[in-house]
Write a protein that binds this ligand. Sequence first.
Ligand code: C2E
Ligand code: CA
Ligand code: CA
Length: 662
Amino acid sequence: MLEIVHQWMDEHMTIQSARRRIRDFMSVQSSNPELLKAQYRAFTRQMPMMYFILLSSTWALAITHMGVAPLWLTAGVPSLLTFGCLLRVLFWLRTRNVDPSPESAHAALKRTNRLAGGIAVAFTLWSFGLVPYGDAYTRSHVAFYMAITVISCIFCLMYVRSAAFIVTLIVNGAFIAFFVSTAQPTFVAIAVNVLLVCAGMMSILLTNYRNFESMVVSKQRSDALSSENYRLANVDSLTGLASRRAFFAELETELEKARASGNRLALGVMDLDGFKPVNDLYGHSVGDRLLVEVANRLSGLLTASTPFRLGGDEFAIIAPLPPENDQLVINANAIAAKLREPYHMPEGTVHVSASMGIAVFPDLALNREQLFDRADYALYHAKKRQRGGAVLFNSDHERQINCDAKIESVLKQADLENELSVVFQPIVDIRSQVTIGFEALARWDSPTLGKVSPACFIPIAERAGIVSSLTKPLLRKALGAACCWDPAMRLSFNLSAHDLNSEVGVLALIGIIESSGFDAKRLDLEITETAFTHDFEQVTQSVATLRRLGCGISLDDFGTGYSSLTRLHALPLTKFKIDRSFVTNLHERPASYKIVKSLLTLSADMGLDCVIEGVETEEELEALKALGGTSVQGYLFSPPLPEDQTIEFATRNGHACNKIAV
Ligand code: C2E
Ligand code: CA
Ligand code: CA
């Protein structure tokens, strides 16, 4: 019994699923919106053609029956059918260029499905109505009309499979039944012929439809893939902000819009201060989470502007329709203030700030490159003079850029060997008043520009990537002069980060030192903390190589950088040089006084020597003595001296100098 029930259920299910499949086949499926739209688009193009074939062959048949069949059948019905068809043609022509929504495409195709049945019945009944009239020729015309027209309709309805099938079923079903029933051998043969042709046509149509369907689906997939690729390229994977690539594209678009509408456009570029120490101290995963937090804060703060991550700890903001400049800077500073608030991480509370450079179109920047370069220039100024705040690019900056460009171009063509020279500033032990060494400082006397300060041309040479070509002659000259000094005296020489960025560069320096005859153990190479922000690994390696040679390594401008203590500890330093900014009036500025005191303590704790720079007054000197400072440098003792005055100065200041060579 149970088996019978199962069998019955199986059969029932099979019948049910077969029914469902037939129903699906005979209706327009809506599960794939893209397929619906593609069907609709292809179909729209073919419909006017189908109606044209249908109507022209209908009227041809009507004309051959004129005078034989009644007028209502040869003119009345065809006119009515023509009217209905023309309405449809108009509809398809009107919607030809409209991009349909999946819903409207589905509705239109469903309507076509229903109408296809109605139209097929109407035309079939009309053509059968003509059969009783006329002779064998006219009857053959009816058979020809029905057979050939249905074939062309199948072709035109190809993209709506169900409609093509309905039309074939109605027209051919009736056609075959009718002509077979006449028992007239020619008509029976035609009916069989048409049946076979239509079966073949339907199979071609089904294959074509499947190809069409898979073509649409694979296009959909490749579209999805390319949109995923687009997303990957345009979204920063860590923070979810728009990426550097998206930034440049968006900047161009917004700039075009601003140009077209005569509006202003502001660009802010931002760099975190103190991010690298966080990375060093807590590790990269905390650094990454901090960047995400910064990005979230930034997104939360902006309403009418878009944030981007340019890479590392650099961000950018594009602000269409910015407020007036003053307000713009106030807003940017408010953003910076928010970003300065502490970040609470499970590993501890982290403090960073953000410096921002802003440029505005069309004030002083007219194209994308200018806008970016100028915002970047303003950022450089913010970093130097207004850390954690915003700087708007202004006309002074523009003058500076032009001046720098001029200096750069002259420097690139300069005869460095002849135009560069070195002066020497004494370093004095304040306990004994003895000169313990000199710091070599570069001078450039250009035939076109005159004397240019190293504070000006060194950073320009660094930015232009040509500083190493200056370092070499300067080092040769400094060592050449120092060879004449008393062997107890040391030489300090300033190096740039770029000098330490490559192994080849360091080897060149070693070559110069070794061939000078000056004992490397008497040489102190001064580097600033910023040197380590370039390529920490390479710079550390270069420093270690120079240490092995015997050179001392001094950390210049100590206190102005943002290195973490862990980082400093990792370096093979021998000396600190406390920056002049802490020394100026330190006896009247408790903050400076405390800083110098702690830096002196720190250097003593680390077992390092410490030189205090920029001592200009007796008061400063007294304060430094009270703090236990020993080695100082500054105008109070001497400005930088030409080479030929060094020996005299040292002798006068208590150091017997043995001249070795002239
Ligand atoms: P620095 O290495 O910090 O050099 C000290 C600067 O302070 C020198 O300026 C010196 O003349 C000045 N100075 C010394 N004592 C006093 C003082 O009591 N009061 C004041 N107001 N200034 C004082 P200079 O010679 O103009 O050099 C400026 C900067 O240019 C240097 O700062 C250094 O960063 C760079 N520089 C100079 N020569 C070279 C070089 O050969 N190579 C590299 N890479 N940089 C150099
Ligand atoms: Ca120095
Ligand atoms: Ca210095």
